[in-house]
Design a protein around this ligand. Structure first.
Ligand code: AMP
Ligand code: MG
Length: 407
């Protein structure tokens, strides 16, 4: 049995980065950028109007007011997509719509509301003096050409999609999705939707795993519930070792008579790095590799499997995808947390903000078979071993489940 921190550092030594591939913009949601994205031009690309109005020379309209209007000659129209080629001379202006290029010679925009309005007439009355630069979006004021817009390792969300589109990226390079095999073991497992016989239980773990893989942006390329039978396991695993980046199993790595998973890993030449970790839940945690595939054998109890995935697999997948490691978060307990004498202790919990500080409490359902403990949880709490429970006011490690909110 090894300590959690030691186990984590062993895993770190075996993580490998995934390759990259190009994807079209429309299919990039939740992918991870494999290269920095730079601005291919300044933004705005040219000086343009922030308002519908008249582009004018500020010197021509100095002193203009409601009672002392200034009349300008309207010499053209500049609209978004159809810039005017004209250059303004003294006493001249141009109708200029939002987003339209500011014509040469103009240095200010008067909002249409402060004029006699758009009309077919070749002159307009200006009722307000506007200073140089007013209502003009300057070329490059937001972003300079060549600036890094989005760093590699960023997950693509609507903000990134919008920015990539703004700069004309129709396709770009992302990290390949990790190909993941998930399997469960156990003669007792029955698929939800079918009838249970006595002694059966529904397979929930693979549904949780599949959902987590989807959320992190991986692809489940192999999935099966395998009976406690060595041959079936062997054939699934040998194919998974040849085709997947990561194998994640649930169950069958404990000390039970039918826990064959580890044996079959070994038969297939998998290198074992550790098998048992000083943690609760989930002590029989297997980690190994074979054929450029990382293998996580998580125990079958639903809470052990779920917490095991989040604490041991999630961050590994992120690292493989090039996502920078985030700093661990901590919170202040509002209630005691039951520590273990010789094991790290994880529990689902709730975290929320109180006077700007993150506070938290563990679930009261502490059994590793009690998956309903995850229902109200928005985080996993974890504590090093200790003789006595942590008490209210103590600080504790908090892993906020990425798809949950903090209230
Ligand atoms: P094991 O690690 O195989 O000894 O399994 C521990 C417990 O987890 C047993 O009660 C199993 O029935 C249960 N279990 C194993 N696999 C699953 C699964 N896929 N879904 C739900 N429970 C499971
Ligand atoms: Mg089993």
């Amino acid at each position: 049995m090894i300590q959690v921190q030691k186990a984590k550092s062993i895993i770190k030594d075996h993580i490998f980065p995934l390759e990259m591939e190009n994807v079209p913009l429309g299919q990039a949601e939740n992918r991870v950028l494999s290269q920095d994205v730079r601005a291919t031009f300044p933004m705005p690309r040219f000086d343009n109007s922030a308002m519908d109005g008249f582009a004018a020379r500020s010197v021509d309209i100095q002193g203009a007011s409601q009672s002392h209007s200034v009349t300008l000659k309207v010499v053209g129209i500049s609209s978004a997509g159809s810039p005017s080629e004209l250059a303004l001379g003294s006493g001249e202006c141009i109708q200029c719509m939002t987003g339209a290029e500011i014509p040469a010679g103009a240095d200010t925009v008067v909002m249409v509301e402060h004029t006699s309005g758009f009309s077919g007439s070749d002159s307009v009355q200006i009722f307000l003096e506007t200073p140089p630069g007013k209502h003009i979006r300057k070329k490059g004021e937001e972003i300079r050409e060549g600036d890094i817009l989005i760093s590699k390792g960023t997950r693509i969300t609507p903000s990134e999609i919008g920015t990539l589109a703004t700069f004309g990226y129709g396709e770009f390079s992302v990290v390949k999705k990790p190909r993941i095999a998930i399997f469960g073991t156990g003669d007792e497992l029955v698929e939800p939707g079918s009838k249970l016989r006595s002694g059966d239980i529904y397979n929930s773990n693979l549904y949780v795993f599949a959902e987590l893989v989807e959320k992190i942006g991986g692809e489940v390329t192999m999935r099966n519930v395998i009976k406690d039978d060595k041959d079936a396991l062997r054939s699934f695993l040998s194919r998974a070792l040849n085709t997947c980046d990561v194998i994640i199993s649930s169950g069958g790595v404990s000390m039970g008579r039918f826990d064959y998973v580890r044996d079959v890993f070994m038969e297939l030449g998998v290198q074992e790095y550790f098998w048992k970790v000083a943690q609760k839940p989930g002590k029989p945690l297997f980690f190994g590799s074979g054929n450029d595939t990382l293998i996580f054998g998580l125990p079958g109890n639903p809470v052990s499997s779920y917490i095991g995935f989040m604490e041991w697999v999630w961050s590994v997948l992120e690292t493989m995808m090039g996502i920078p490691e985030s700093k661990p978060t901590t919170g202040i307990l509002t209630e005691p947390f039951p520590r273990e004498k010789v094991k790290y202790r994880y529990l689902f919990g709730q975290a929320w903000l109180e006077n700007g500080k993150l506070v938290c409490k563990p679930t009261i359902k502490i059994g590793s078979h009690m998956l309903s403990s995850s229902l109200e949880a928005n985080c996993i709490l974890g504590s090093e071993q200790g003789e006595i429970p942590l008490k209210a006011g103590d600080e504790i490690y908090v892993n906020i489940l990425p798809w949950k909110n903090i209230q």
